[in-house]
Design a binder for this molecule. Sequence first.
Ligand code: ADP
Length: 644
Amino acid sequence: MKTDKTEDVKALEYKAPEWLKKEFLLPFRSGLAHAFIFHGDTDGLVLNPNCEDEPGRAYITFLEFLKSIFDERRIVIIYDLAAGMKFLNPKMEKDFKKVCGLESEDDTSADPIAAAKAGLAAKRGLPQDPNACLPLISKVLGKCENVAVIIRSAHFVAPNPGANALLPQNDRVNIQMLINWSKSTWYRKSNNLILLLTDDISKISVELRGNGSGFYQVFIPKPTKPERIDFISNATLKAREKAELATDLAKVEKQVKNARGSKKSQLEYKAKQLREQMADSDSVIVLPDDFDTAVFGHATQGMSFKQIYEIFLQALKTGEPLSLDFVKDRKKTILNTEYGELMEIVDAQRGFEDIGGLSYVKSYFQSVLDAIKKAEYRLVPMGVYLMGPPGTGKTALVEALAKEASFNFIKTKNIRSMWVGESEARMQKFIYALRSLTPVVVMNDEADLADAQRDTPKGDSNVTEHLMKMWMEFLSDPRIRGQIVVISCTNRPDRIDAALKRSGRGDQRILIPMPSTEELPDIFRVMFKRYGIPTDIKDFVPFAKKTDGFSGADIEAIVLASFRFAGGQNVDVKSLNQAVDDFIPSASQATIDFMTEVGLLECSSRQLLPPNVKDIIQGILQRGLIENTDVFLAQIRARKITDV
Ligand code: ADP
């Protein structure tokens, strides 16, 4: 049967986004599938294939896009629970009703009773309920060629009831019908097309998501950087034109001042024209003088066109120039609303220069950065564990890595609930979110995890193998390799789930201990600089001696307190001494020694041990605050962690 797939040609001719070509147009064209589930940003904007004929409409919604490429089909039905069935035009609706027998084939029908019945049904209008609509659509799909069915918010028609819940009979019937559609070779031959749209795939019935369902899943990703740059350049076109007019006007006005006679009146006329032109142009957002589409394209990472547009509208309302800070701030709010239950999106502000000591970790991270820059992704670890007592700068290191790499920076929330229980849907949402935020540094703060796990039974792994597999598959996807670095921070590495640890083939586990006396002066310096606290103290070594065993966070608190002791003035030796003497550290030495011990025993590289590792071990042994110091020493020796 010859089929006329005009929409492919239309869509392929224009600059279709890569995902649309690869995941939809090509599989459909090659006959691989005729039933698709689109999920993700289904309400988002895409380039308008007809933008040349429709000035001012460079971008349209995804649904409008589908409509525009399907307009030459025989019938296009758009269904959703609230609006019922809608058609592209009245002719299609009439045709649909005819095929369903809701309207007579021929107005001069010889059978007046049939004509009356059909007339009555047509008058009553079309049903809205899915259980009434789907059978009608089935009929049309079975009888006609070149039909497209689009079901919006498909999760209401074929929902996923969640674990252990039973679906009502009606929903089960709908699901079965959708499966029948996707499996029908007749529909495929007839060039009929079924598209289900949902913002979140996990809300759709598992039956439709399985491999055997016949439905081909298409994730609608957030736009890429070049796509965002195009979008921003389009959205700011008028503003940029207006800015150019303003520059021209300023130039001409300056020339007017210096001109005489007829030259002057000529220039005055030109200035008048420019002023009129400016007044004519619509109210547009004000752009800063140094506006750069590429910089804004980068700053809007992880956002959809619609979300970017929203920011522009807000800037327009305020009348203030569209500053980069405004964009970053709005982005944080928008994305935190979108993904808030899963993660917190943080603006990485401090780099490596803001970390005192820890040079062995900084140089390791530098090598990771170099690998990212060179796109040598085999050298980028999939995951890193930073282990050690609290307040030693683990979080600060992760933030610095994100900042130096210019990656997004997110902190996971409730990571525990991701691994425990049937939370596949949550995991999937998390993965999609991360994908749209790449390149990204992900920080897992597992301090809470340790507490949660205390109550769970020991022995068997708690991590669901299936979730683990999803996570590992995601991390080893070549498309994201080197684009996502997951760093877990923990002070109880002995409690990391065995399955998680086993899985991390590319993992590096590094101990971040309490700072050494050599590192402390540097941390003092960093803290004075960070807070801009004036001081005439040049040598912090004496203070390092007095604060031996304190963490970076402790030094931070001391420096801030010293400013208080100095009455908000220059901090001298006396006020800093006062602050040191006044300070009570929060963690006990026994806890610190224990956390350092377990961290040391989990390290994965001898090269990445703290340079003063032997002193650390000696200190722990001499203090004798941990249980079984002899076992600890034996383990260090047996595994040749270091020679002590
Ligand atoms: P952790 O994640 O190890 O518990 P954080 O990174 O949150 O600790 O550190 C707590 C505070 O102490 C932060 O303000 C951090 O900047 C600061 N801090 C800790 N260690 C250092 C360090 N070595 N250099 C600079 N700041 C540090």
